[in-house]
Design a protein around this ligand. Structure first.
Ligand SMILES: Cc1ncc(COP(=O)(O)O)c(C=O)c1O
Length: 356
């Protein structure tokens, strides 16, 4: 079963080697750091408050206790539509790389709505003799569906999660060049975890086979169309969408312009009551603590699986806006109840394609 999953993963992404055992994306990242680095080595990764992941050196993560992290971020916000802001600042990546001489450069993010081009990262890594890891936890389904450029073959190692846009079981995956295969396999087991979860590996094999079907390509393209439609619908209601839009499955809406007093924590909790799931997220150059935050992160893979199309995303934006504007007003409870009814009616029109 493991060989089947591995063979399908390498065929799907055109990789030299796959390890399908990581229990999650965090374990995959930890294994790569162990395989390629010595404790104390320097890693250059994205700032957490600009969209990087906890395993990119958060003080709360074991990664920051073993390795030394330095970071790059996004450019300042811009109101010029021809020169969008809040995109990865490659001058900064290059400057920090030259100054800090990291042994590993990490691309990839947890809340970034634009395509991450692996090529400039490769060039910068080569210019300072660093290895290059692409943490593609979020876009692997878009890569498999050919809606995004593939970092496989460009980066030395690529890590994935299998439960986000890949639409498989909760888990992780690492692809690498053959030269790193042995070190990587022992860094996963026994380095970072115990025995394999074979039931999850079986589900990964099924997931990779689904990703090879033409329907999956159509699905990944629709995810992006829905995401763009939702971004446009949120913008037209006055919400600032970070970086001005989206090229992937998610968008980050900054609540401060429309609702300066509303924290993202409160927004997330209230939307939950109306059956709308999102999560609070810091925005670049955040002014609140990450526990309160100013942005909500909205994603479209799940509703796209149900069959939502662009016109439905307009409805979703309207429901979100109605709930958020009601918070703290006398009409809050009634607005939440009415939107919950609308959300239930909308999802009933699109029953889940699989029986649970
Ligand atoms: C960029 C990135 N890397 C790694 C992970 C970790 O994945 P997991 O939750 O499966 O450990 C995530 C999860 O959101 C992520 O966004």
């Amino acid at each position: 079963m493991e060989n089947l999953a591995r063979d399908r993963a390498t065929a799907l992404f055109g990789a030299e080697h796959a390890n399908v055992q990581p229990h999650a994306g965090a374990n995959a990242n930890l294994a790569v750091y162990q395989a390629l680095l010595e404790p104390g080595d320097t890693i250059l990764a994205m700032r957490l408050d600009h969209g990087g992941h906890l395993t990119h050196g958060s003080p709360a993560s074991i990664t920051s206790k073993i390795w030394r992290f330095v970071s790059y971020g996004v450019s300042a916000a811009s109101s010029d539509p021809d020169k969008p802001g809040e995109i990865i600042d490659f001058d900064q990546v290059s400057d920090v790389a030259r100054r800090e001489r990291p042994k590993l450069i990490v691309a990839g993010s947890t809340a970034y709505s634009r395509i991450i081009d692996p090529l400039p990262f490769r060039e910068i890594a080569d210019s300072v003799d660093a290895l290059f890891m692409f943490d593609a936890a979020h876009p692997p389904g878009l890569i498999a569906g050919k809606a995004h450029p593939s970092p496989v073959g460009v980066a030395d190692v690529v890590t994935f999660t299998t439960h986000k846009t890949l639409r498989g079981p909760r888990g992780g995956l690492v692809l690498c060049r053959a030269a790193h295969a042995k070190a990587l396999d022992s860094a996963v087991f026994p380095g970072a975890q115990g025995g394999p979860l074979m039931h999850v590996i079986a589900a990964k094999a099924v997931c990779f086979s689904e990703c090879m079907k033409p329907e999956f390509k159509a699905y990944s393209e629709q995810i992006i169309r829905n995401s763009r439609a939702l971004a446009a619908a949120m913008s037209s209601r006055g919400y600032r969408v970070v970086s001005g839009g989206t090229d992937n499955h998610l968008l980050l809406a900054d609540l401060r312009g429309n609702l300066p007093e509303l924290t993202a924590k409160k927004a997330q909790e209230t939307l939950d009551l109306a059956n709308i799931t999102c999560n609070k997220n810091t925005v670049p150059f955040e002014t609140r603590s990450p526990f309160q935050a100013s942005g909500i992160r909205l994603g479209t893979p799940a509703v796209t699986t149900r069959g939502f199309r662009e016109a439905d995303m307009e409805q979703v934006a309207d429901m979100i806006d109605t709930v958020l504007r009601s918070i703290g007003t006398p009409g809050e409870a009634a607005a939440v109840a009415a939107v919950k009814e609308r959300a239930t009616a909308l999802t009933s029109r699109f029953p889940l394609p699989y029986r649970v």
